[in-house]
Design a protein around this ligand. Structure first.
Ligand SMILES: [Zn+2]
Length: 317
């Protein structure tokens, strides 16, 4: 049983060949952000053929693709022409996979794929109530409840943790809402947040320091007042958002990934302590842990979903 599992990110597509539950080979391709999916598909096809050839496989049973948008994983369609690969729905990918390899296609949202990857192969092993949050360019999320990947009527359930309102009088988000977790604390929102800060003119950022989280955490540790203020704002925002997800999905464990986790030693205890203060939870009810498969969770998750029934819901009960 061989699966080709793909995680289609913003600038890179990651590939894995999964044979009987083991990832036997990985690879990745850089893709210009302007590229249309019609142009990318032949590259994907060639890469899968190359990996199969070099690993000695001649037969492919399934192809799994994780997309960075909302995905109808029953009909294998993208539901929002948003972010990237806006022409993917013009192509019938189910027919493509069938015609090339007689393989079954499964598609899923990338955060759900990453959650399944961590659940089966990473920091989420051993629990069936799990929330995954990625803190990076944006804020992604997914939820597993009673061993079931949560999807809802419109495939949104658990996916929009980044667009929950945490400040109703906050900043306008790129989704149209006001005060989303993502517009309050994410890499894309950070440069504007720093530039509009009252202390900007006296800060190292006005002297050319790059406005990213690496600099914010480094300068905050050194005592720069703007960096301390922005760091603390973001920590409070992430903690508020994650506590909301705890109340929404009642997990045993929260797995946090994303680029910001280079500062995990500061972020994890802060969030853990905020959750510990919440009155409705038993003591130590929710563990807050770092992702263990930060680069390959999406690929591993798609490989797993491709081998379970239709890749739709995963029941363990
Ligand atoms: Zn939003």
């Amino acid at each position: 049983m061989l699966q080709a599992a793909l995680d289609l990110g913003g600038t890179r597509i990651k590939f894995g060949l999964i044979s009987n539950g083991q990832c036997v080979v990985t690879s990745s391709l850089a893709i210009p952000s302007s590229e249309r999916f019609a142009t990318v598909l032949p590259l994907i096809e060639a890469e899968i053929y190359r990996m199969m050839r070099e690993s000695g496989f001649t037969r492919l049973d399934g192809v799994g693709m994780a997309f960075p948008t909302i995905v109808d994983s029953d009909r294998m369609r993208l539901l929002y022409q948003y972010v990237k690969y806006t022409d993917a729905n013009d192509l019938d990918l189910t027919t493509w996979a069938k015609a090339r390899w007689n393989a079954t296609l499964v598609m899923e949202n990338d955060a759900r794929a990453a959650l399944v990857g961590e659940w089966q192969f990473g920091a989420g092993q051993g629990v069936d109530n799990l929330v995954m949050v990625t803190l990076g360019t944006g804020v992604g999320s997914a939820a597993l409840v009673n061993g079931r990947l949560l999807k809802g009527s419109h495939y949104l359930a658990g996916n929009l943790g980044g667009h929950q309102t945490i400040r109703f009088d906050g900043k306008r988000c790129n989704c149209g809402n006001i005060g989303c977790l993502e517009s309050e604390a994410s890499s894309w929102a950070l440069p504007e947040m720093i530039k509009r800060h009252a202390l900007y003119a006296e800060s190292p950022f006005a002297q050319g320091e790059k406005p990213d989280f690496e600099a914010v955490f480094r300068l905050a540790t050194a005592g720069d007042p703007l960096a301390v203020s922005v760091r603390d704002h973001c920590l409070e925002a992430w903690a508020a958002g994650i506590l909301n997800l705890v109340y929404a999905y009642d997990p045993d464990r929260i797995v946090i990934g994303g680029g910001v986790m280079h500062s995990a030693e500061l972020i994890l205890p802060f969030i853990q302590q905020k959750i510990a203060q919440a009155a409705w939870l038993p003591v130590n009810a929710v563990q807050v842990v770092a992702a263990e498969q930060p680069d390959w969770a999406g690929v591993l998750g798609m490989g797993y979903l491709g081998t379970t029934k239709k890749g739709i819901t995963v029941f363990k009960i």
